[in-house]
Structure formats: C-alpha cells, structure tokens
Design a protein. Structure first.
Length: 452
C-alpha cells in the first residue's frame, strides 16, 4: 500500500510566500489593463466607482473568509473541497463547476485582449491566431512544471506592476478632477448594477491562490501571507488605475477607440495617448508592458484552472482522465489540455464582454457557496484546526455573502442571455453528474474522504 502511494504521481510542494504573492497578483493584474473600462460605458465614472467600492468590500471580506478555509483544508480543489466538506456532494459539485467555469472562461477573454495588444504591433496577424498561439505556448509551459510556471509568473507580474507605476507617473501631470465629474452617471442608477461584472473583473480569480495549496510549502502559514499581500496590492492598483485613466480626459476616451469609435480592449494606451501622445516613448513602453500584464493573468489562470479541473476529475466528479498527473512533469497535463480546447472554442465568439460576464457568473456563484461553507464549517466542525480565523466572524463572511448575492441577481437581470448560457452549462453538467453510475459516485466520495 505504501509502495503504491509512493509511486503514484502527485503535486509537489515548491511554492513560498513570494511566489504566492506573484500568483495572486498575477492572476488578476490583467484586470487593470483591460476589461474594467467596459463598465464605464454602462455606468460612467460614478456608476463604475460605486460598483467598484462595493466589490472591493466584497473581495476584502471574501478573501479573509476564504483564507480561513484554505489554511484549514489546503487542497487543490479550493471551493470544491470546501463545499464538499461543508455542504455535501451536490453543493460541492456546483461549487466546483462554478469554479471551473470562472477559470475556464477568463483565459479566452484575456487572450483576445493579448491578441488585440499584439495586433497593434503586428497588424497583419489575426487576433484569434495570436490568441491560439499564446494558448498553446502557455499551456505547454504549465505542463512543464509548477516551479518554472510560478517563476515565470512572478517575473511577469513584477513587470506588470512596474508598468502600472509608469502609467501613473505618465498620466499624473494631465490629471484633472473635473474629468472625473464629466457625465459621471450617464445611465442613472441602473448603470451601477450594469457595471458590476466589470468591477469584479478588477479582482476576479484572486481566490486561485487557494488552488495551489497542495504545491505550497507550509500552506497553513504561507497561504495567509499570499492572500493578504496580494489583495492589498490589488486594491491600491485598482484605485490608482481607475482614477488616473479617467482623470486624463474623461471616461469616454478610455472606452471608445477614436480610430473606429468602438469599445476598446486597450484602455491604458488610450489614456496615455491622451496624456503624452502616441509617439511618446512612454506610450510604447506602457503598451509593451501592458502585454506582460495580460500574459501574467492569462498564464496564471491557466495554471489555477488546471488544478481546479484536476481536483474535479481526481474525485470522479468530472471525467476521471482530468484527475491524472503527468508522471514525467508532476502536473495535471490532461486538465490543462482540455481547458485549452474549451478556451479556444470560446475564442471564436470574439466577444470579450460576454465572456467576462460568464466568468463573473462562475465567480459570484463560487463566492456565495464559499461564504455559506465558511459558516457551515464553523457549525459542523467547531473543533477543526484553523491556523487562521477570519476576523469579526460571522459579520465578515455575511457581508461578503450579501454583496455577492446582490451582485449575482443584478448581473442576471442585466445579462439574461449570458445567464441562460451559464445556467445551461450548470444544468447539463449536473444531469451528467447525476446520471453517472453509482459505482463512480461511491469511488468519488471515498476519494474525497481520503483527501480530507
């Protein structure tokens, strides 16, 4: 038995607190470079600002609540594992599927933005072709090994943060407070709710830090450091990015590309062009570094998506092949390849905003189920070892739960088609899950128990 256990490929612990900070910020930092600006079209400066304040509160309360579970149950499945233990296999399934949808749909949205950025310099190469090439490249890197993948992520994350700092210094001289007030609420208070998915995009996927817990050295301590330092960094970057982008020349100029008057995936280049001109070295430099920011998130979410899908397959809640580890590279190669295939299919829709919204549905579902799980775990397992306990319990998880629920309802009302797609995916996969033979369920439950 011991020999079998030793010979079975498994995830290796190689990540420390600095790597976790790099992953946490890296998963999210593309949200500073694109996507959020589409919320300005919906809500204007004030509408998106109000939505963002509530989303920041949600993420702060959610992150510290989620960290309690991540330190107590350091497993690759993240919300899936927490939901399983707290709420049972059905709700665990929904938590796992919500997580898989979030992490699977976020990369194609980012890769489209990567294609748009590269297309600025190589206009003869189609955006989708660029996106597919990046998918293949970074899936291969993730298959190669966690140490190389995390080191790469840290390097590009640091570059992306430095790029934002350069952006702040370049636009600061042109900042005017009146630009923040111009046409601040064009669609009334309904615009606040319509802007919610794009406010979420500022922080979406921060929870992915928990999914590398099985590859973290001393996870009970380092997961807390990684989560805490990452969310603090991201809140500061979010506020400064929003303020300086809009403060240069009003919100319209970071939404609509003057070349075609269509919504742009490149808000920071638009803002800096208004500040210093397209011929200025800072315009080119921030544009190039912005690409690194997109790559950091693209690469990081591919990494964490592989772990989430791997855990789903490992306990037979998804196709068992997803739960296999590459004997050579010690990484979830099958899960990474399947996620790449799904992402490439999503690419061909070419609709960044819609893909972001579907990813947000998955994220909000995950947040809601996870906050219920925090409360339920406290009730069911009061004596479970918790290296970190969320401050001000139960107020903290309840605040996150209320905001996430309101946000979910609002996003559903304002995006009915994307809601139908999201719920359709959940229903179809759940029917498949329930129709799977009972023997597989038995093995899945046992496997889940073993991993506890």
């Amino acid at each position: 038995m011991n020999k079998t256990t030793q010979s079975t490929p498994h995830l290796e612990r190689k990540l420390g607190p600095v790597m976790l900070w790099g992953l946490g910020v890296g998963y999210v930092i593309s949200g500073m470079y694109f996507g959020w600006n589409l919320g300005l079209e919906q809500g204007g400066t004030l509408g998106l600002a109000i939505a963002t304040v509530f989303i920041i509160i949600m993420y702060l309360t959610f992150t510290f609540s989620y960290t309690e579970m991540a330190c107590a149950i350091p497993k690759a499945g993240g919300a899936f594992d927490y939901g399983m233990k707290a709420l049972g296999k059905d709700w665990g399934f929904f938590a796992g599927m919500a997580q898989n949808i979030e992490f699977t749909f976020a990369p194609p949205a980012i890769s489209l933005a990567i294609g748009a950025y590269v297309n600025l310099f190589l206009p003869t190469i189609p955006t989708v072709a660029i996106a597919i090439a990046f998918y293949a490249l970074f899936t291969t890197l993730n298959i190669y090994g966690i140490q190389a993948a995390a080191t790469f992520e840290l390097f590009f994350t640091i570059l992306a943060v430095l790029g934002l700092v350069l952006f702040f210094f370049s636009t600061a001289p042109e900042f005017e407070l009146d630009n923040l007030k111009h046409n601040a609420l064009p669609n009334g208070w309904s615009g606040v709710f319509a802007a919610i998915p794009f406010a979420i995009w500022f922080f979406l996927a921060i929870e992915g830090v928990a999914n590398v817990a099985e590859e973290t050295i001393n996870p009970q301590k380092n997961i807390l450091i990684g989560f805490g330092s990452a969310i603090f960094t991201l809140v500061v970057l979010c506020v400064l990015t929003f303020t300086f982008s809009v403060g240069v020349n009003g919100w319209e100029t970071v939404v609509f590309d003057p070349a075609n008057n269509e919504a742009s995936d490149s808000p920071l280049p638009l803002a800096i062009a208004n500040a210093v001109g397209k011929q200025h070295i800072m315009f080119k430099l921030v544009g190039i570094i912005g690409l690194f920011g997109l790559i950091a998130s693209f690469h990081g979410i591919i990494l964490v998506a592989g772990r989430a899908s791997y855990e789903f397959g490992r306990v037979n809640y998804g196709p068992p092949a997803l739960g296999k580890i590459s004997p050579k590279f010690k990484t979830p190669a099958n899960a990474l390849l399947v996620n790449m295939g799904i992402g490439i299919v999503a690419l061909f829709t070419g609709k960044t905003g819609e893909i972001i919204t579907i990813a947000c549905f998955g994220a909000l579902s995950l947040y809601i189920i996870s906050m219920v799980s925090v409360i339920q775990l406290r009730r069911k397992f009061p004596n479970m070892e918790r290296p970190f306990k969320v401050p001000f319990y139960p107020v903290t998880p309840v605040i996150a739960l209320i905001i996430a629920t309101v946000a979910f309802v609002a996003v559903t009302i304002y995006n009915p088609i994307q809601a139908m797609i999201y719920f359709g995916i959940l229903i179809i996969t759940y029917i498949w899950f329930k129709l799977t033979n009972r023997k597989q369920f038995t093995h899945g439950d046992q496997g889940t128990a073993d991993h506890r």
